[in-house]
Design a protein around this ligand. Structure first.
Ligand SMILES: Nc1ncnc2c1ncn2[C@@H]1O[C@H](COP(=O)(O)OP(=O)(O)OP(=O)(O)O)[C@@H](O)[C@H]1O
Length: 342
């Protein structure tokens, strides 16, 4: 049984169709990301899962139960919103206690539980502080503690790291993953950052315009994107145009076996599937960017540019001519449409 099972979900807001047939299943204890550009419907989807928006058509099952008649507080879901929605008139511990008070837990037990939650999110010592006197990362920790106080089985996180600096974000990522594992929650994270999605999720649902374009394991979405749009969303790409005939793909960089029906194709290769050989060749170095552990290198061959990743050990000078070794076995093929000339 799935923790969450969504079938053909349509949601309309102010007369406009926002979600256009979403199918999604999530296993218990799984961490998944909803990834896509601003406005594609990610927040709408988690709000609908939490029962905060009505379904126009389709079904949501939570732990096998049809969620339609279930009130938001009966679903076992909690959303941590992007703006956190902490209560500014309450201090840190009172914010965390709030969810427990609603559930009718006694005052002494509430305080004890809230303190243990604050310990989990490393906020002991701040319990009496007004939330407005906290940093962005500290507010996030309080919002997380308040969310898990409700003991949700499904934690819904809306863009949890957008307003944080890089170091605070790294720490929050660790904390979120630790809480997810220790509390065996099912977590759905909304993000537009493909690196966060890859780093944190077992599976990623790539969304665009109210639909899921691909839903698969993080490694698969990165290595075998279902379309050039998804490939480009996950970072730099190289495309090689060519034709398959008789089980061979022929392109400007040579030919190699491909078991595909005959026809025109584009092959996508990631920059790390190309390797620079410093012995002279026909690829000219156009640009080199230093990124700490590696270089991004732009090469030109005939009229086409290629992005290549190189380790710091390679000596690279703009203008030099080098050779390339290409791991064609990692290539992903997309069928090209032939436009009929009239
Ligand atoms: N109450 C509403 N009434 C009408 N349209 C809405 C309403 N709420 C959201 N929308 C529209 O629905 C679309 C999807 O919004 P949503 O917030 O789900 O996107 P998102 O992918 O989460 O984007 P972001 O990353 O910017 O939050 C947007 O075009 C938005 O303007």
């Amino acid at each position: 049984m799935h923790e969450l099972f969504i079938r053909n979900l349509h949601v309309r807001l102010s007369g406009k169709e926002i979600l256009k047939g979403i199918d999604l299943n999530i296993r218990k204890g799984e961490f998944i990301s909803l990834l896509g550009p601003s406005g594609c419907g990610k927040t709408t989807l988690i709000k609908t899962i939490a029962g905060l928006l009505p379904i126009d058509y389709g079904e949501i099952f939570i732990r096998g139960q049809n969620a339609q008649p279930l009130a938001p507080e009966k679903r076992g879901t909690v959303i941590v919103f992007q703006d956190l929605r902490l209560f500014p008139n309450l201090n840190v511990v009172e914010n965390v206690e709030f969810g427990l008070r609603v559930r009718g837990i006694s005052k002494s037990l509430r305080r004890q539980k809230a303190m243990s939650l604050l310990e989990r999110v490393e906020m002991i010592g701040f319990e009496k502080r007004r939330v407005n006197a906290l940093s962005g990362g500290q507010k996030q920790r309080v919002a997380l503690a308040r969310a898990i106080a409700a003991e949700p089985s499904i934690l819904l996180l809306d863009e949890p790291f957008t307003s944080l600096d890089v170091l605070t974000k790294e720490k929050m990522i660790e904390l979120v993953l630790r809480l997810h594992q220790e509390l065996t929650m099912t977590t759905v994270m909304v993000t537009h950052d493909q690196r966060d999605a890859l780093l944190m999720s077992a599976r990623i649902a790539v969304m665009s315009d109210g639909q899921i374009l691909q839903y698969d394991f993080a490694k698969r979405v990165y290595e075998a994107p279902a379309s050039p749009y998804i490939a480009d969303y996950f970072g730099k790409t190289n495309y090689l145009e060519g034709t398959v005939a008789g089980g061979m793909f022929r392109s400007m960089l040579g030919e190699f076996p491909a078991s595909l029906p005959d026809g025109p194709y584009r092959m996508m290769l990631r920059p790390n599937h190309l390797r620079i050989l410093t012995k002279p060749g026909d690829f000219q170095i156009l640009a080199v960017s230093f990124l700490g552990d590696w270089y991004n290198v732009l090469l030109r061959y005939q009229d086409q540019d290629f992005w290549v990743t190189a380790g710091p050990e390679v000596e690279l000078t703009v203008g030099d001519l080098v050779n390339l070794e290409i791991d064609f076995s990692k290539g992903v093929f997309y069928k090209r449409e032939i436009k009929n000339a009239i």
